[in-house]
Ligand binder design. Structure first.
Ligand code: BV8
Length: 244
């Protein structure tokens, strides 16, 4: 893929590099983006309803099973060339940080060492009352597993709609965006708040912000560069451009 001269120069100039990623970077790994219509059994349920405290309150078993299915799905997927390009970028620009909305852990599996998870991680499970992470639990066919200490339901360690982002992760993400000189905004519809504010912190701080997305988003017009294409093709071409 050919990158324009100005974009190449801007990418090569980046020293304090940061990434802001959404579900789109995992699309080529076969992880359905959050807005993809739910497939099969889950087609009739609205993910916004399932990924909410109200949804869990109303039907804990349904929500627990939806996450168990997604954890299962995750066992079968691998990071894709887009994830690996960002891991290579960190080797070329040590200190590169990834701020992600994704809960799939694929950036870490691809080799990035500094990943800030704004919305948690679906592979982690916690007690819904004490919020301590639980390493193992007994799956029951007919009920949601309970905490061994207090008997409250277990839940996925993710941020549901209507829940606050982990304060330390969000504060760190804001700091990263305020101090980067190059930010790659990859695979996000820029709709979910408050994460969608982060690229604007970088723009206001004077960073070069490069969007990578096959579609236009509400952020496209504000980006310094907006590259139309899939992350799995564009990111390898970009990291190649800074490699020599
Ligand atoms: C909070 C974990 C408040 C769970 C997730 C009205 C206006 C503004 C805000 C709101 C509002 N009503 C409600 C809100 C708040 C709400 C919100 O933003 N709603 C939106 C939908 C309007 N936000 C919240 O509730 C947040 N909390 O606000 O708390 C509060 C205040 C005080 C006191 C108490 C509470 C919490 C939000 C976190 C929700 N959790 N995930 C789970 O996964 O099960 S968010 C979920 O959506 C995923 O994390 C996903 O990453 C994220 C965002 O979506 P994207 O990542 O952008 O993915 P999406 O599918 O949307 O887009 C994919 C993109 O990829 C597309 O652009 C596509 O073109 C592109 N793409 C496709 N293929 C490729 C590609 N790109 C590159 N390469 C490809 N190959």
């Amino acid at each position: 893929m050919e990158l324009g001269r100005e974009l190449r120069a801007a990418l090569r100039g980046g020293r304090q590099v940061a990434v802001f990623s959404g579900a789109g970077i995992s699309a080529e790994s076969g992880v359905p983006t959050f807005r993809d219509a739910q497939k099969g059994l889950w087609a009739r349920f609205d993910p916004m309803e399932l990924a909410s405290p109200e949804g869990f309150e109303r039907n804990p078993k349904r929500v627990w099973d939806w996450y168990a299915m997604r954890r299962q799905q995750l066992q079968q997927v691998q990071p894709n060339p887009g994830h690996y390009a960002l891991a290579r970028w960190e080797r070329l620009r040590p200190g590169l940080k990834v701020v992600t909305q994704n809960v799939d852990g694929l950036h870490q599996r691809a080799g990035n060492s500094d990943v800030i998870e704004l919305h948690g991680n679906i592979s982690r499970v916690r007690c819904s009352l004490e919020n301590v992470i639980v390493e193992q639990w007994e799956e029951r066919p007919d009920e949601v597993p309970r905490c061994g200490q207090c008997a409250a339901y277990l839940r996925p360690d993710v941020v549901w709609f209507g829940e606050l982002l982990p304060p330390e992760a969000y504060a760190r993400a804001q700091e990263v965006m305020a101090t980067a000189d190059l930010v790659l905004v990859v695979g996000t519809s820029a709709l979910v708040q408050p994460a969608a504010q982060l690229p604007y912190i970088a723009l206001r701080a004077g960073a070069v912000v490069v969007e990578v997305n096959p579609e236009e988003t509400p952020f496209s017009a504000d980006a310094t560069f907006s590259v139309r294409g899939p992350a799995g093709v564009v990111l390898p071409a970009m990291v190649e451009a800074i490699a020599d």
